[in-house]
Design a protein around this ligand. Structure first.
Ligand code: SF4
Ligand code: FE
Length: 483
């Protein structure tokens, strides 16, 4: 079974015995929970689209490990063409879900762990690469969704992991056994953890010798003993409990984040990819972050396409579409969105092979991509709200619209152009609200800022990769300076 259907995916998640908490309660059936289900539907789309012949080229790839066609989300990139297709696939999924579809973190962890384990083995004679290939082959053969977990709680940011008042604020090895290790700690903001079969853990920053117990990478099933999740709240999340599909704005799809706790979890030797090789922690972080910064040049662009479309419809529905400033705002939104896409494509096209043979993006361009993503979606949202007007935050509920007495009043006074129903006008405003301020704002706005690393993390990489000395030499040559 190299490719699962969407339905098979849902049923496979249902079989996992995951420990999930929300609003102070254990959720026994997360798959059918009305708050959580839309996020599962988004991941399902990565399976559904892979079944369609018209998307086969984008959504799947030939695996050199299984010899079969696998979902691209489980693929080890073999060329710059693969890197470009990855971004195009993510744009497509953003367009189809208008949400975070979550499966990318595993794909990005896959490719970062693949090359880092290879180079670690070269230096230390370890067998992490072999462990990883075995794991990756298992994931590809079973078409699993894998979460990629990097962000530790970090406590006091001025202190190294071993200096923290509480040693568990970075995930660490607490016991070494002949057959494996025991780990303790937590990973924050874990996108899609509860919709994943497996989770890959990576260190959150470069480490020194004193922090070697924190330099750890491994993969375990999400329902392993000792793992539990506490779901993060999203703005307007409980609207999903009110029974109004219209008021939610995007009732079918969503994203979800969780605090994932590792309460003395056992990891068998064959699932370990780093265990104390602290000098490779930085490489793993840099590569994972680089791939995920590339990813944002695809997924956020796809969601941006939906938002631009929604803003244009809002203008159509209230008769403002022909105003020159509205046209100009839509041009500006498109310009910003396509600039992000240019960055995603450019860092992919300029990729190169690593020592292990898989392909990595151009790190400078990937960081520039993500730096732009920390800004442009905010401006795109501002322009969408500008075009939509204040009704985006003052419109009455669906219950009022359906009420025999109030409904006709709402229909009369909230109508824009006479030929468009008030309901359709309100639906598009609710979608804009969802993307700008509601549950999807997590994925489109704040995640654009902090996901794949906060802005300063990219600036550090841009400083490192920018090669200022080379630029100085260029200037000296032109100015005929001899020192
Ligand atoms: Fe994928 Fe984007 Fe969500 Fe990251 S934020 S998992 S790249 S959809
Ligand atoms: Fe993300």
């Amino acid at each position: 079974m190299a490719l699962m259907t969407g339905e098979q995916y849902i049923e496979s998640i249902r079989k996992l015995n995951m420990q999930v908490y929300m609003f102070g309660k254990k959720i026994d059936n997360p798959v059918d929970d009305p708050i959580l289900r839309p996020s599962l539907n988004s991941v399902r789309m990565t399976y559904d689209l892979a079944q369609k012949p018209e998307y086969q080229d984008l959504m799947t790839a030939m695996s050199p490990y299984t010899g079969e066609r696998v979902n691209r989300f489980t693929h080890i990139h073999q060329s710059t063409e693969d890197l470009v297709k990855k971004v195009k696939m993510q744009r497509l999924l953003g367009q189809q879900t208008a949400a975070c579809f979550q499966r990318c973190v595993g794909m990005d962890a896959f490719n970062a762990v693949f090359s880092t384990t290879y180079e670690t083995d070269q230096k230390y004679g370890t067998h992490y690469h072999e462990n990883f290939i075995k794991f990756a082959t298992y994931v590809q053969e079973n078409d699993l969704t894998v979460d990629g977990a990097m962000t530790d709680p970090k406590g006091d940011r001025s202190k190294a992991p071993h200096e923290q008042a509480d040693p568990d604020l970075f995930l660490r090895i607490v016991e070494r056994r002949p057959d494996g290790i025991v780990v303790r700690g937590a990973k924050m903001h874990q996108t899609g953890a509860l919709n994943s079969h497996e989770i890959i853990i990576m260190p959150t920053q470069s480490m020194k010798a004193e922090d070697k117990d924190y330099a750890v990478s491994f993969a375990v099933p999400m329902d392993t003993d000792g793992i539990y999740m506490i779901i993060g709240r999203q703005s307007c999340d409980t609207r999903k409990l009110e029974g109004s599909e219209m008021d939610v704005g995007n009732s079918e799809f969503g994203g979800v984040e969780a605090l994932v706790v590792f309460d003395d979890v056992f990891v068998p030797n064959e699932r370990i990819f780093m265990c104390g090789e602290y000098d490779f922690a930085g490489m793993l972080v840099e590569r994972f972050a680089g791939y995920h910064r590339q990813s944002y040049g695809g997924c956020k662009v796809g969601v941006g396409d939906v938002l631009i479309g929604a803003a244009a419809l809002a203008a159509d529905y209230n008769g403002a579409a022909k105003a020159s400033h509205i046209k100009d705002k839509l041009i500006e939104m498109t310009h910003l969105n396509e600039t992000l896409y240019c960055c995603g494509i450019a860092c992919s096209a300029e990729g190169h092979p690593t020592e292990s043979g898989n392909y990595i993006i151009d790190l400078l361009l990937a960081n520039v991509c993500k730096q732009n993503v920390t800004r442009f979606p905010y401006e795109i949202v501002r322009l969408a709200e500008d075009i939509a007007g204040g009704l985006v935050v003052t419109a009455p509920s669906e219950a009022d619209l359906r009420d025999p007495k109030l409904g006709p009043v709402i229909d009369k006074y909230l109508r824009g152009v006479a030929s468009v129903s008030t309901e359709n006008r309100l639906r598009i405003l609710r979608l804009i609200e969802n993307l700008a301020l509601g549950t999807a704002a997590v994925g489109y706005r704040t995640e654009s800022l902090h996901g794949a690393g906060s802005p300063q993390a990219q600036r550090i990489m841009i400083a490192r990769q920018g090669n200022l000395e080379h630029k100085k030499e260029l200037a000296k040559a032109i100015a005929h300076i001899k020192e």
